[in-house]
Design a protein around this ligand. Structure first.
Ligand code: AMP
Length: 396
């Protein structure tokens, strides 16, 4: 993949596909602007080279054709302006490829930045529509993809658009380069012991990644909802905990494979059990063997936290994807925060992937202590699986 550094971009019109899909609270405030900050390096590089810059991103999943305010990128443009610390305002288009976007793009001067509205307001984006892609491509002479988090999707601004630029006019941005290099270096040549910490709700979404990780790592630590499928497969009574019954066999197969390969496999030994899926209910710490019928495990317990800390002690490389419990509720967040603290206190190279996991690390105050926090959850899982990402392939 070529880098923006390899292209002649001075004074040119540059289209940068960013991933500004940041989390917001119920009042519409941006709660974590890491994805916007991660894009600054590429944008500043273009500003310094007197480019006319057109930025584009998706935001969540609006209904195509419907311009709902809650999906608008207006707050992103404001935050971007603050972070860029430039005098000229970041221009905001009222549409994606419509009259306003065209007029504003035509009025750009050297160093100006224009942000198009949410790409998914247009049906052509997710349909990878070539005509829509052509309209986007017409904005610029150069195409830069810095949206690692969206690279596993075959969408118009990621995929179809690249057909309108030859190799001298398209490349990956700095963030993209960093993400890809980090994951390939770690997966190809990790310093051992290499430990994978995997959590989150379900095995199904991470099955392939988990399979590949077992081939590469020395230890696997499992937490979160997915642990219960493994525990049930081992014969434990897990009550009403989240279980994927159709994957019990697969869970046994993964554990057997780990055993054959000499990979140490760690599951929680205790849980925070709740009578129902709510914060306002009776909660108790119980060993895995004692989950009452009808109750559910919503976080790992303190003994699991200590066990996992021991297992992490000698790690030299740690890759973490997925929270240890329902961290969105205070009462079930301790296991995830403790995991974040424990990982950050090791001397290992630590890579965090996935929006939820990054959120845990941020809230736990450990972001500075991690070696690398990936901006792309799904995309990083695909890289771990060894799959080619459409967005990256299209730049080659
Ligand atoms: P994922 O998107 O698969 O990484 O899953 C993240 C989600 O898993 C978070 O929203 C957590 O609330 C949820 N989660 C973690 N542990 C559990 C659990 N024990 N039971 C139910 N959901 C969980």
């Amino acid at each position: 993949m070529r880098s923006i550094k390899d292209l002649e971009i001075d004074g040119k019109r540059v289209f940068i596909r960013c991933d500004f899909n940041v989390p917001k609270d119920e009042f519409g405030n941006i709660t974590d602007d890491r994805r916007i900050r991660s894009a600054l390096q590429t944008i500043r590089y273009c500003i310094d080279r007197d480019c006319k810059i057109i930025l584009a991103s998706h935001y969540e999943r609006p209904e195509a054709g419907k311009y709902e305010e809650k999906y608008s990128l207006v707050p992103i443009a404001k935050r971007l302006h603050t972070l860029l610390k430039i005098k000229r305002e970041v221009l905001m288009a009222e549409d994606v490829i419509g009259e306003d976007a065209q007029a504003k793009a035509n009025s750009l001067e050297a160093g100006d930045v224009l942000l198009l509205e949410n790409l998914r307001y247009e049906a052509g984006e997710t349909a990878n529509d070539i005509n829509f892609a052509k309209k986007l491509a017409d904005f610029a002479d150069i195409y830069i993809n810095d949206a690692f988090g969206a690279c596993h999707r075959k969408h118009a601004s990621i995929h179809a658009i690249t057909t309108f630029f030859d190799t001298k006019h398209k490349a990956g941005g700095f963030l993209m380069g960093k993400e890809v290099n980090f994951f390939s270096k770690i997966l190809e040549n990790p310093i051992r012991p290499f430990v994978a910490v995997v959590g989150g709700s379900k095995i199904s979404g991470k099955l392939e990644a988990l399979n590949k990780l077992v081939d590469k790592v020395d230890k696997v630590i499992i937490g979160g909802g997915m642990a219960f499928t493994f525990l049930k497969a081992q014969g434990h009574e897990v009550g009403e905990s989240l279980v994927e019954d159709n994957l019990l066999e697969e869970a046994l197969r993964i554990m057997a494979k780990a055993k054959t390969l000499g990979v140490k496999f760690y599951l929680p030994v205790d849980v925070v059990a709740a009578a129902e899926f709510s914060e306002n209910t009776t909660v108790k710490f119980v060993p895995i063997q004692e989950i009452p019928k009808g109750w559910m495990g919503l976080d790992i317990g303190p003994a699991s936290t200590r066990l996992f800390r021991e297992a992490l002690n000698d790690a030299q490389t740690i890759i973490w994807n997925g929270p240890m419990g329902v961290y969105e509720m205070d009462r079930y967040s301790k296991g995830s925060f403790a995991m974040s603290n424990n990982i950050s206190q090791t001397h290992a190279t630590t890579i965090v992937g996935g929006g939820d996991t990054a959120d845990v690390v941020l809230r736990a105050g450990d972001a500075e202590e991690m070696t690398f926090i990936s901006t792309g959850g799904g995309a990083s899982l695909k890289l771990i699986e060894g799959m080619a990402l459409p967005g990256i392939e299209a730049l080659k």
